[in-house]
Design a protein around this ligand. Structure first.
Ligand code: HPA
Length: 247
């Protein structure tokens, strides 16, 4: 089954007819909300949706129970995951409105529960993260976008910060030197936990703003501007997701 984790601005899927909701409890606590099952359009396939920040956007990035979210999705049979997230653009070409399927991650987060393998009598597991996203899932997203005639960027380095505050201009300059093309707050440990559960996981990122100190964000980042980009561009994300489900 395909699961979609919705980020900021994506709390339900356009065209998804919900069939039922399910509250799942996990050994790691509560997920961000009930899992919503449904179908999109003609798609026969039932999918499951979870709003990462809660359905009323009440859970900050550093408070999200990533382990419970991934565990719950795995528990109900999801094996392929599309993670949707908004990001700030660091690379010059990643202007607001750009949609990216990243291929690499740098993790700057601290104090998040990073693993399901906590030691004790469990043996330690070091998952391979050379390629942090599933290439098969990335290809599915790129093909779906192509089929919809929506331009998306194939590849880019996602830098994940702790939040919930936005970054300083110097932090973004450093991230740029590190090789980050975009910055967000939720990509990790989500991707690593998905890998631990052997899920096919890839991300679809919408650039909502120039990151701090870049482009139009030289003095400050306009939150209203970010919302405007979500309002204008999220429907393209919905169309891509609809095509992934239908394929
Ligand atoms: N920084 C971090 N996370 C974000 C940003 C940003 O500029 N924009 C959207 N998510």
């Amino acid at each position: 089954m395909l699961a979609i984790i919705g980020g900021t601005g994506l709390y339900h899927l356009t065209g998804m007819v919900a069939t039922h909701r399910k509250v799942v409890r996990t050994p790691y606590g509560e997920p961000s909300g009930a899992l919503t099952y449904g179908r999109i359009g003609e798609g026969e396939e039932e999918i499951v949706f979870l709003a990462r920040h809660g359905y009323g956007h009440t859970i900050a990035p550093h408070r999200i129970n990533y382990r419970a979210n991934l565990w719950a999705l795995h528990e109900v049979g999801a094996r392929r995951i599309v993670s949707v997230a908004t990001v700030g653009g660091i690379s010059e070409s990643f202007v607001p409105g750009t949609i990216v399927v990243p291929d690499q991650i740098i993790d700057y987060t601290t104090n998040r529960d990073q693993t399901f393998f906590e030691g004790g009598d469990q043996s330690v597991v070091h998952v391979d993260m050379t390629q942090p996203y599933s290439e098969a899932m990335r290809r599915e997203l790129l093909a779906a976008a192509l089929g919809c005639g929506i331009a998306v960027v194939d590849g880019g380095v996602y830098g994940c910060t702790q939040g919930p505050r936005l970054e300083t201009a110097a932090e973004i300059r450093r991230m740029g030197r590190d090789g980050c093309d975009m910055v967000g707050m939720t990509g990790m440990p989500e991707a690593a936990l998905a890998r631990e559960l052997q899920l096919d996981y890839a991300a679809l990122c919408l650039v909502t703003n120039a990151a701090a100190g870049q482009g139009a964000s030289t003095t400050e980042i306009s939150l209203g501007g970010m919302r405007d980009v979500v309002d204008v561009s999220m429907h393209e994300v919905h169309r891509i997701l609809g095509a992934v489900v239908g394929s």
